[in-house]
Write a protein that binds this ligand. Structure first.
Ligand code: SME
Length: 156
């Protein structure tokens, strides 16, 4: 498959992540590994990383791949803030149409942000994937990535 057409094979991705993270419980080690594996699995993903809940109502940058991200995002702001605040995936086909979107890279056109929960069901972080392509993400991406996140962070 040429790099231009690389599209994620979720079965392969889930298997690689399960094998790489087996037995690991350190949050940062897990986030770093997932950011790397997910980012390189699909040409649509131009920024892939985690924002961690470090105090009530606040997200701080965690492990990521891509250009630099904002260091701090309050729950009240942006797509990441909305996902953390509502505990629900935000699938944004057009970032320009999302009120309060935080533009870390002007090239970003669409985003997928998924809450990350621990075993107790608390939102401990969000996974943020940004694409330079408009309308890059599908409900299937949400389902598959949510399942991977649950299998990895649901054991913490
Ligand atoms: N676009 C995100 C901010 C994070 S950066 O783009 C890496 C948002 O609005 O939440």
């Amino acid at each position: 498959m040429s790099p231009q057409t690389l599209k994620v094979d979720y079965r392969e991705l889930a298997a690689a992540i399960a094998s790489l993270t087996e037995g690991e419980t350190d949050e940062v080690a897990l986030m770093a590994t997932l950011a790397c594996e997910i980012h390189h699995s699909d040409q649509r993903f131009d920024w892939t990383g985690f924002y961690r809940v470090t105090e009530p109502g606040l997200l701080k940058i965690g492990p990521y791949q891509g250009g630099h991200g904002c260091l701090v995002i309050p729950f009240s702001r942006g797509v990441c803030g909305a996902a953390a605040r509502n505990g629900e995936t935000q699938l944004v086909p057009d970032v320009e149409a999302f009120p309060g979107h935080i533009a870390c890279a002007s090239s970003t056109r669409s985003e997928l942000v998924i809450p990350v929960r621990n075993k107790a069901g608390q939102v401990i972080a969000v996974l943020d994937i940004d694409s330079d392509q408009p309308d890059a993400f599908t409900a299937e991406d949400d389902r598959q990535l949510s399942a991977i996140l649950a299998s990895v962070f649901g054991r913490l």
